[in-house]
Design a protein around this ligand. Sequence first.
Ligand SMILES: [Cu+2]
Length: 102
Amino acid sequence: MRLCERYFQINLIHAFGIHELAQFVDPSLLKMISYNMITTLNIEGMSCQHCVAHVKEALEAITGVSTAVVDLQKKNAQVDHDDSISADILKKAISEAGYESS
Ligand SMILES: [Cu+2]
């Protein structure tokens, strides 16, 4: 599914709600819809832009993560992902990359 279609569908959900949408949209299409959400995690241990790139790469390698914006000054990452991804999955990837997160 292309990104613009996906966002269009999410806007539909926000406008009508999933149950209302189910009344006039094919149920098989609804199964394809997942919510996108943004999770912000605090990250410890990043000291330079290489660390930032490393964390970003680790997060964006996860299926279901679309983008990760990692900020060295703020010591955080804003991760845009679908609803199949939990914070624990994100933290595990950060941990495996060698950093602490909460
Ligand atoms: Cu570094």
